[in-house]
Design a protein around this ligand. Structure first.
Ligand code: GZL
Length: 325
């Protein structure tokens, strides 16, 4: 708590000083203060997302109180309570899982502090009244893109029975649920496809290695045709294990991944991954624009999705737009 108090004091002093630089330093013009609860630092995507939010707050001249929960929901709840106690102007947070937020978000509502979700969604029968807007990907569409790529690939390779093992993200998180649902819906009508297993790698590279080791032990080198992995961090772990076992990734086993970080796109270009579905971490600017508009009394969109696509070995990988974050 002492750390947060010092942070708030610093933020308010900065805001007042900022007010001296050009604007009258009266309390009406103090800098907007945003409380940001980030869920962790589990992947390159998450680190890029954190940088995006921090850079955007600075660019807009907002004070930013950021707390990193290191993958613990209870730490996010504590952080939101401290933002309420220090009466930030807006609370921004990326919920690690979809449920368990009603009490703390009702406290924010009672304190008249608006909540903007970034990246992931909450699930509650009162969800509509608990947050003002969300800026984040359409994970269902990402899952569909992964499935639609696989249909194209199976056609191109004339595959008649395709055994798929899924390595999924954090259980009950929005990206895990919707990437799984979108992928299944895309391939559901096509009898060539069989999902033989689905195990959680929690979006972590180390657990991606563990999952791939488990799958090879259970099904053998010739028992799996496709790995559908919910993020690049886990996929990079999969690559390590496949190559250690003399398996040629993207040739002996088709690899489909989501995020689009540099290392994964480079692996795609090198023929070690077959398909990278994009998921943009650059959400900060849109979030801070919503904060500014909200504080100015303007209407803001309820849902904002970034533009996203997919890159694959069936496309022209020399296209300069094929790049990672
Ligand atoms: C997606 C984000 C996911 C990424 C992972 O928006 O929530 O969490 O796909 C990250 O890399 O861990």
């Amino acid at each position: 708590m002492r750390k947060i108090a010092i942070m708030v004091l610093a933020v308010i002093l900065l805001g007042l000083l900022g007010g001296c630089a050009g604007k009258p330093a009266d309390p009406e013009n103090r800098a907007i203060v945003v409380g940001f609860s980030q869920l962790g630092a589990e992947s390159s995507w998450r680190m890029a997302n954190t940088k995006s939010v921090e850079a955007a707050a600075k660019q807009y001249g907002f004070g930013l109180m950021m707390e990193n929960a290191n993958q613990k929901q209870e730490k996010q709840i504590d952080a939101i309570r401290s933002f309420i106690a220090y009466r930030v102007d807006v609370i921004v947070f990326s919920p690690i899982v979809e449920t368990g937020w009603d009490n703390v978000l009702n406290e924010a509502k009672q304190a008249n502090i608006p909540v903007i979700l970034v990246d992931r969604m909450i699930e509650s029968e009162n969800a509509d009244s608990l947050y003002t807007a969300i800026v984040g990907a359409d994970f269902y569409a990402e899952g569909r893109r992964a499935g639609e790529y696989l249909i194209r690939k199976a056609d191109a390779e004339k595959m008649d029975h395709v055994r798929i093992a899924e390595i999924s993200g954090t259980p009950d998180s929005t990206p895990m649920r919707d990437r799984q649902r979108g992928f299944q819906d895309a391939i559901r009508e096509d009898s060539r496809f069989e999902i033989i297993d689905s195990i959680s790698g929690d979006f972590l590279r180390s657990k991606g290695e563990e999952c791939m080791t488990y799958l090879l032990e259970k099904y053998g080198k010739d028992g799996i045709d496709v790995i559908y992995s919910h993020n690049d961090s886990m996929t990079l772990g999969v690559l390590d294990i496949l190559e250690k076992n003399g398996i040629r990734p993207a040739k002996d086993i088709i690899l489909i991944t989501v995020d689009g970080e540099k290392e994964a796109v480079e692996a795609l270009k090198a023929g070690r991954i077959n398909c990278v579905v994009q998921c943009s971490p650059d959400l900060g600017d849109e979030v801070m624009k919503l904060v500014q508009d909200l504080k100015a009394g303007k209407e803001i969109p309820r849902v904002t999705h970034p533009d996203e696509g997919a890159f694959s070995d069936l496309d022209d990988l020399t296209d300069p737009r094929v790049e990672g974050f």
